[in-house]
Design a binder for this molecule. Structure first.
Ligand code: GAL
Length: 676
């Protein structure tokens, strides 16, 4: 893969319009000394650029571009369409979003537009087009950044314009009301409709149950699909407007990891390069962050991605915002690179003095100097990245294991009213991913609808809580296993079809033959409680562990038992985990959300069966590699934790890793960081 950018971009969001122009030189001089070579600009400047409808004023942006130019700073140019200006909200109230509870948004906030509004679309396209005409071909321009974090904060829109567009979308999808009634099971609670115009979006004062669930789950899923399309249309129309002036500069929009409301695989197919914003909280496990990076790389078809935003120190929007400990920002940056990032960018380069983000970390803080710990750490990281990161650009991650992450499945699982409220899709995927991460197994994240050829690239495919089995998926998985693949799936899998209707004939529906089990009942386990599980690990040995959240009550139909429920409930002694040999492969069904001991012990066996190599490193130490086109292997060893770790290696080597230490190896040879 050729690298997308000539240089490793080290920079981030920069909003100099918040300060007098006289201060810019000083800022850029400080940023230059911190090795900042890129600025993302114009993200929230619509009101300045278009002070009244159709009148553009580029004077401020021209001046910003010129000052960046003078300092040799490359530009990621945003289109600026993510916050509606006051005049537009006032003149056209319906460009603003309507909430699920019927509240009409007025001017204020951001990410606040209705994605179906013809006026919003017209003005957003016009602005993107004007910005592109003006700055296309600028020598400093390296990428276009459309809008900002679509869907963040505002949620979907439920206004009349959206409702009308949704009805048309349904007409095109289903053709007849009968087909719609069937797909949504509308004879339930007298929901049968006789005209598409009778359909109402899943608002909380109608069929919605909170924001996540719905009386008619097919309505909820389809509304999500529809809103995803509407927002993606908004992206496409800006992208296409840019393309009229610029045929080649990469176009992106910043995504948000496991953000629920948008099906990012669909977005990835429309973007030249995926970019995303990584904001781990106080208790986010490093394995979860790693999973998000792998997911974003997967969304981009395995290609390197841009780490568009992260904070150089604190966030401001968590309830409690811890400062990053010394070394932590370096660790987070290199962890991103290890999983496929070809840029390291921050929000933001200079800390605001007003607005709700004034306590958000920035490279230049309120002290306005180079003395802060944050500045000095960013500068050291900048020197490090400048010295060591460029060689890695364009390389790929070579994974023999795939984990399935599928947004419609996410919506389907979390949309269930029963048997438990305790399942969060990203957490359940992470439960399995973490077992792989702890053994330093490289993982690709794929959609459930990946074709057979894709599946066959992997020795192991893990599909947690695969509740919605879309057409073709079960067949592909079956052929994959028959051909020698190992599949791990389990609780809550194989229940719904693509309309979110239960597949009758017993769970796990279309996966029943493959897994060789019938799940007769699904018990909910109370929060904090668990079901004892004994896992057979061969040679008569067993691991005692526990199952959480749900316990599938399983009748084997050809599968053998790997683990059994203990305790004294009526299903004690029945299978909790099973394995079914099919063709040359194996399907493993994990009936309950195993705790960490259980999942770890199970994956020892699974990885062995699949022939996947693992690397034993101390707790918290991540070993991840990227491979260049010429076969060079770049290995990044990161101590993701704040305790010193000593790695006694099998080859006799001994590595001491300070808190958050990062080591880089090129074909096994250490590449030293520049001296501080
Ligand atoms: C992101 C957003 C940025 C900034 C940042 C603060 O979600 O794209 O504009 O608000 O969060 O953490």
């Amino acid at each position: 893969m050729t690298a997308m950018f000539g240089d490793f971009l080290f920079g981030g969001d920069y909003n100099p319009e918040q300060w007098p122009q006289e201060s810019w030189e000083h800022d850029l001089e400080l940023l230059g000394r911190a090795h900042i070579n890129e600025a993302t600009i114009n993200v929230f400047s619509w009101a300045l650029l278009e002070p009244s409808e159709g009148d553009y004023d580029f004077s401020m942006l021209d001046a910003i571009v010129a000052s960046l130019d003078r300092h040799g700073v490359r530009i990621v140019m945003a289109t600026g369409t993510a916050a509606v200006p006051a005049w537009m909200a006032r003149r056209y109230p319906h460009v603003m979003r309507k909430g699920v509870d019927g509240t009409q948004q007025v001017f204020g906030g951001r990410h606040n537009f209705c994605p179906s509004s013809p006026k919003y679309r017209e003005r957003a396209r016009a602005l993107a087009s004007a910005v592109a005409r003006r700055y296309a071909g600028h020598p400093g321009l390296v990428a276009w950044h459309v809008n900002n974090e679509y869907g963040n904060g505002g949620g979907y829109c439920y206004c009349e314009t959206c409702a009308a567009a949704f009805r048309n979308w349904l007409r095109a999808r289903y053709g007849t009301v009968d087909a719609l009634n069937r797909a949504w099971c509308m004879n339930f609670w007298s929901h049968t409709i006789h005209d598409f115009d009778e359909v109402v979006p899943p608002v909380t004062y109608g069929d919605g149950i909170g924001t996540d669930k719905c009386v008619i789950s097919g309505l909820q899923i389809d509304y999500r699909r529809f809103q995803n399309e509407q927002m993606l249309d908004c992206f496409r129309l800006e992208r296409d407007a840019i393309r009229e002036s610029d045929a080649s500069t990469p176009i992106t929009t910043n995504l948000m990891g496991t953000f629920k409301d948008l099906d990012y695989f669909a977005w990835g197919r429309e973007m030249d390069v995926v970019s995303w914003d990584n904001y781990p909280g106080m208790d986010t496990q490093p394995s979860f962050t790693a999973m998000c990076h792998d997911l974003m790389r997967g969304v981009g078809g395995g290609r390197p991605f841009m780490l568009m935003e992260q904070t150089p120190n604190q966030q401001n929007w968590f309830p409690y915002c811890k400062v990053k400990r010394p070394g932590e920002v370096g660790k987070l940056s290199w962890q991103a690179v290890a999983h496929g990032a070809d840029t390291v960018q921050f929000f933001q380069l200079k800390q605001s003095v007003g607005g709700c983000e004034r306590f958000h970390g920035a490279v230049i803080g309120h002290d306005d100097s180079d003395r802060s710990r944050t500045y000095r750490e960013v500068a050291a990281l900048g020197a490090d990245v400048a010295a060591r990161a460029k060689r890695i650009m364009g390389s790929h991650v070579d994974a023999k294991v795939a984990v399935v992450f599928d947004w419609e499945n996410y919506w389907s699982l979390e949309g269930c009213v029963g048997p438990t409220q305790g399942l969060r899709y990203p957490d359940e995927v992470h439960r399995f991913y973490r077992a792989l991460w702890k053994r330093n197994v490289a993982v690709d994240v794929i959609e459930s609808t990946a074709d057979l050829e894709t599946l066959r690239r992997y020795d192991l495919v893990v599909a947690p809580t695969l509740i919605m089995v879309k057409p073709g998926v079960a067949d592909n998985l079956e052929r994959y296993v028959e051909g020698g693949g190992v599949l791990v799936t389990g609780y809550m899998s194989g229940i719904h079809d693509e309309h979110d209707l239960v597949v009758e004939g017993g769970y796990p529906g279309p996966l029943r033959g493959l897994c060789g089990v019938w799940v007769e009942e699904i018990d909910a386990v109370a929060p904090g409680a668990n079901v004892p599980v004994r896992l057979d690990v061969g040679d008569g040995a067993a691991v005692d562990c526990a199952g959480e959240i749900v316990a599938s009550i399983i009748e084997p139909e050809g599968a053998r038992t790997l683990a059994t429920y203990g305790g004294d409930d009526f299903y004690a002694g029945t299978p909790a985990v099973t394995a079914h040999d099919v063709g040359d492969g194996r399907a493993i069904f994990v009936g309950t959300a195993l705790d960490e001991d259980g999942i770890d012990a199970l994956f020892d066996d699974v990885l062995h069966a699949a022939g996947v190599a693992t690397i034993d490193a101390p707790n918290d130490v991540e070993v991840a590699s990227r491979v260049g086109d010429d076969g060079t292997v770049y290995t990044i060893v990161t101590n993701t934790g704040d305790e010193t770790r000593v790695w006694e290696r099998e080859d006799g080597g001994r590595i001491v890793l300070d808190p958050f230490a990062v080591l880089l190896f090129e074909d096994g040879v250490p590449v030293a960081a520049p001296a501080r």
